[in-house]
Design a protein around this ligand. Structure first.
Ligand code: ASP
Length: 349
């Protein structure tokens, strides 16, 4: 590992995404291309004076194809290179970036180095690309140290345009704006403008120095159920009886509200009694579940549904995958869903 004055050593893990795509001359659609193409388009990287190595997915993928095996591949690549680098930059498609950022935050226990995820809305070869700036800034963040020479960021974060945000607090909020990601319920870790201004109070600090532990047995037997007016009892029952399902992230209205009528509450109570863990998360982009505010939300809590407070949907579903993946019982999963594990939700006190 570099000391305070030596060149930063950064490993780029290129998974694919728009940042590295080029247009197929026949079909005119964007397709992932290899890393050398990407780096050839950013000659300024050499000006950073960092030691940069890279590994890439073979083939690079559109992040819509991202899955549990890919998350494991990323996490294991970080683990096997952990002692040789000061920081890691993951180049990733934007579509599922918030899910990967959330998943990695749970999978990389005791992380004490920067894992910075970025990508772009326009391919790096395009004249108006945002990819060049995002890549360069992500590398700078991965190399940043504080006055003591320690890594400034010691967690999984997304760098995109003007924002450095905690990975498990992030959501993709725009399909076409350069500022495509936001952390709505938690302050930015840094503001990126003329300077990169870190918000040191918001950054995670694990001073334990315990060795990195990778958890990559994520359990896919979880799902979202999104409420909408007009949903029927057979639909709800069908979803809740999905074979093998262990956990449901229930996307409710407003401050965690749902219908209070028997067509809804009875199947929910039956599922909870069967041992299905149900986590109440709001459909709203901003704010939190407050089960004490309305009778309709309180009924869910009394039925044994857990409040997700201000957790994002992306963090909620990946947290469930992680907890069930550790072989926990429903009761244990419920307990840990109410605890903040790595900065993903606000808890009282
Ligand atoms: N479909 C692309 C992906 O997620 C979109 C992007 O990278 O912006 O891989």
């Amino acid at each position: 590992m570099s000391n305070e004055t030596s060149r930063a050593r950064i490993l780029i893990i290129y998974t694919g995404g728009t940042i590295g795509m080029i247009e197929n001359p026949e079909t005119k659609v964007l397709q992932p291309f290899d890393f050398s193409h990407l780096i050839d388009n950013v000659p300024k990287i050499k000006m950073l004076n960092f030691d940069i190595d890279n590994i890439q997915f073979d083939p690079p993928i559109d992040s819509s194809n991202m899955g549990l095996a890919h998350w494991s591949q990323i996490a294991r690549s970080i683990e096997s290179n952990y002692d040789n680098y000061d920081g890691f930059v993951i180049l990733h498609g934007t579509d599922t970036m918030a899910y990967t950022a959330s998943a990695l935050s749970f999978m990389l226990e005791n992380l004490n180095k920067p894992v910075i995820i970025t990508g772009s809305q326009l391919p790096i070869g395009e004249v108006r690309t945002d990819g060049e700036e995002n890549l360069i800034t992500a590398l700078q963040v991965a190399a940043a140290r504080n006055s003591k020479g320690d890594a400034m960021v010691r967690e999984v974060a997304i760098l995109f345009e003007n924002h450095l945000i905690r990975g498990n607090r992030s959501s993709k909020v725009s399909a076409d704006n350069f500022n495509a990601f936001m952390s709505i319920n938690y302050p930015d870790l840094a503001r990126v403008g003329l300077d990169i201004t870190y918000n040191e109070d918001a950054l995670l600090r694990d001073i334990s120095n315990r060795p990195l532990i990778v958890h990559d047995s994520m359990d896919p037997n979880v799902m979202f159920i999104v409420l909408y007016p007009g949903m029927t009892r057979p639909t709800l029952e069908y979803l809740l009886k999905t074979p093998g399902i262990k956990g449901v992230v229930l996307k409710t209205y407003g401050a965690g509200n749902s219908p209070s009528e028997p067509w809804f509450t009875e199947p929910i109570i039956a599922a909870v009694n069967r041992g299905v863990v149900i986590l109440n998360v709001t459909q709203c982009v901003n704010g939190a579940v407050n089960s004490n505010l309305y009778d309709t939300g309180n009924k869910l809590a009394r039925a044994g549904v857990i409040s997700g407070n201000d957790i994002t949907s992306e963090a909620a579903i990946t947290k469930m995958m992680y907890l069930f993946g550790k072989g926990m019982t429903s009761a244990q999963v419920k307990k840990y869903l109410q605890r903040d594990i790595c900065g993903e939700m606000t808890t009282k006190g």
